[in-house]
Design a protein around this ligand. Structure first.
Ligand SMILES: [Fe+2]
Length: 402
C-alpha cells in the first residue's frame, strides 16, 4: 500500500476520532434487575406517552416473550400496537409497514423487543416518522436524519449486536440486492432494558454466535486506533464478562446471572464499537453474510482468530492487555506470548462451542471478489491497527476453505 494512501486513511480515522470527542455520543439510560420493566413504564408515564408501537418478530411473539410487557402496558392503560413482521434481515418494506402501523395508531414512541434486526427496524421506523419525505435509501450513510426521533426503548433478546446502544441501523433492500447502514447520533435509543429471562430460550448455537459477535465488537474497538479511555474501559469489561460467562451459558443456558452478564457484555461492547467503529473481521464477515447468508456472529467467530494472528506485532500490546484483564496468559513474560495465548483462548472457546475453523459454503472462485469487497468496505472507514493488501486478504480467505 502506498504511504500516501495510508496517510489519507489515518487522517480520515483521526478526523472521526476528533468528531467523536467534539460531539459526545448520547447514552441510553440502562434499566436492569427485577424493577426494569416497571422503570420503563414509569418513564413512559413521565413522558406522557399514551400510545406506543411495539416492534418485534413473530417467533418472539409466539414464544410469549412479549406477554409480561404487554400485561404491564394494559395494567397502566398505555395503548399499544404490535408490529411483529420484522424479518431476520429487516427490509425497507418492514420499515414502511411499521411506519404505517405507527401513524395509523397515532403512536408517540416505539418499544423494540427483539434482536438486532428488530431494534434496527424500530430505529428506521422512527427515522421515517421524522423524515416523511425521504425514503429509507435516501437516509443511507452518515448523518442524513439529523432530527429528534420519537423516543425508542430497546429491549434486546440476544446478547450480541449491542444495537440497544449503537447509532446505526442496518437494512436490506432485496429489490436492489443491497444491504446498508443508516448512521446518525439521533438513532441512539433513549433506554436499554436488560432482561436476562428473555434470552433463556435461545438455542445454544445462537448464544454462541451472538456472544462471539459481542467479543468481536470489544476486540475490534480495543485494538483499533480510534479508542479512548471510555471505549477501552467498555471493551475490557465486555471481553472479561464474555470469557467468564459465554461458555457456561452455551452449555447450560438457564443461569440468569450469567445470562445477565452476557447482556451487559453485549451492551458494553456496543458502547465501545459504536464510538470507535470496527475492523477487518467485520468487513470479511459482512461480505460472507452478503454472499452466502452466513449468520453474522458465526462468520465473525470463524474469521476473528485468523485476523488477530495476521495483525501480528501491531496488535500484541493491546491484545496482551486484554488477555491479562481476562486472566489469560498471565504466566507469560512478553506481550507477544500473552497476545498469542489470548488468540489460542479464542480458538478454544470456538472449538468448545462447536464453531468450525472454516466455512463449507466458501468457494475458491469467490475469494478474489470477496477480498475486494471486504477491503472496499474497510478502507478508509475502519481504524484498523494495520492495513491489509488484497493479496493478504485473499490469503486469509483461502485459510477458511474446508
Ligand atoms: Fe457485529
Amino acid at each position: 500500500m502506498w504511504p500516501t494512501t495510508k496517510l489519507y486513511y489515518r487522517s480520515y480515522h483521526y478526523s472521526l476520532k476528533l468528531f467523536s470527542l467534539i460531539f459526545p455520543f448520547p447514552r441510553p439510560a440502562l434499566y436492569q434487575g427485577e424493577q426494569a420493566l416497571n422503570q420503563l413504564i414509569d418513564r413512559i408515564k413521565i413522558n406522557k406517552q399514551k400510545s406506543l408501537l411495539l416492534v418485534t418478530d413473530n417467533v418472539l411473539q409466539e414464544l410469549g416473550l412479549l406477554e409480561p410487557l404487554v400485561e404491564l402496558l394494559i395494567k397502566h392503560e398505555i395503548s399499544h400496537t404490535i408490529y411483529s413482521d420484522v424479518q431476520p434481515n429487516p427490509t425497507i418494506e418492514n420499515v414502511e409497514n411499521g411506519l404505517n402501523a405507527y401513524l395509523n395508531a397515532n403512536c408517540q414512541a416505539v418499544i423494540a423487543l427483539g434482536g438486532g434486526s428488530v431494534m434496527d427496524c424500530a430505529k428506521l421506523i422512527g427515522a421515517r416518522v421524522v423524515k416523511p419525505k425521504k425514503s429509507v435509501a435516501q437516509l443511507k450513510g452518515l448523518f442524513k436524519v439529523l432530527k429528534k426521533l420519537p423516543d425508542l426503548y430497546a429491549i434486546p433478546t440476544t446478547a450480541g449486536t449491542g444495537s440497544e446502544t449503537t447509532i446505526a441501523a442496518v437494512v436490506s433492500d432485496p429489490l436492489n440486492k443491497q444491504k446498508y447502514a443508516v448512521t446518525d447520533l439521533v438513532l441512539m435509543p433513549k433506554v436499554a432494558v436488560l432482561l436476562p429471562e428473555l434470552t433463556l430460550k435461545l438455542p445454544p448455537h445462537i448464544t454462541a454466535a451472538t456472544g462471539m459477535d459481542a467479543l468481536t465488537h470489544a476486540i475490534e474497538a480495543y485494538i483499533g486506533v480510534n479508542g479512548n479511555k471510555f471505549t477501552d474501559d467498555r471493551a475490557l469489561k465486555a471481553s472479561k464478562l464474555i470469557f467468564e460467562n459465554l461458555q457456561n451459558v452455551y452449555q447450560e443456558g438457564g443461569n440468569l446471572i450469567q445470562r445477565n452478564n452476557m447482556l451487559l457484555a453485549s451492551f458494553y461492547a456496543g458502547e465501545a464499537f459504536t464510538r470507535t467503529s470496527i475492523g477487518y473481521v467485520h468487513a470479511i464477515a459482512h461480505n460472507l453474510g452478503g454472499l452466502y447468508g452466513t449468520p453474522h456472529g458465526l462468520a465473525n467467530a470463524i474469521v476473528l482468530p485468523y485476523i488477530l494472528k495476521w495483525y501480528g506485532k501491531k496488535a500484541h500490546k493491546s491484545l496482551a492487555k486484554m488477555a491479562v484483564n481476562c486472566g489469560i496468559g498471565l504466566e507469560y513474560p512478553t506481550d507477544s506470548d500473552k497476545a498469542n495465548a489470548f488468540i489460542t483462548a479464542i480458538d478454544k472457546l470456538n472449538q468448545d462451542m462447536q464453531i468450525p475453523k472454516g466455512l463449507p459454503e466458501l468457494k475458491k472462485s469467490d475469494i478474489k471478489k470477496l477480498a475486494k469487497k471486504a477491503l472496499k468496505e474497510a478502507h478508509p472507514d475502519y481504524p484498523v491497527p494495520k492495513f491489509m493488501t488484497l493479496n493478504a486478504c485473499e490469503q486469509i480467505l483461502n485459510k477458511l476453505l474446508v
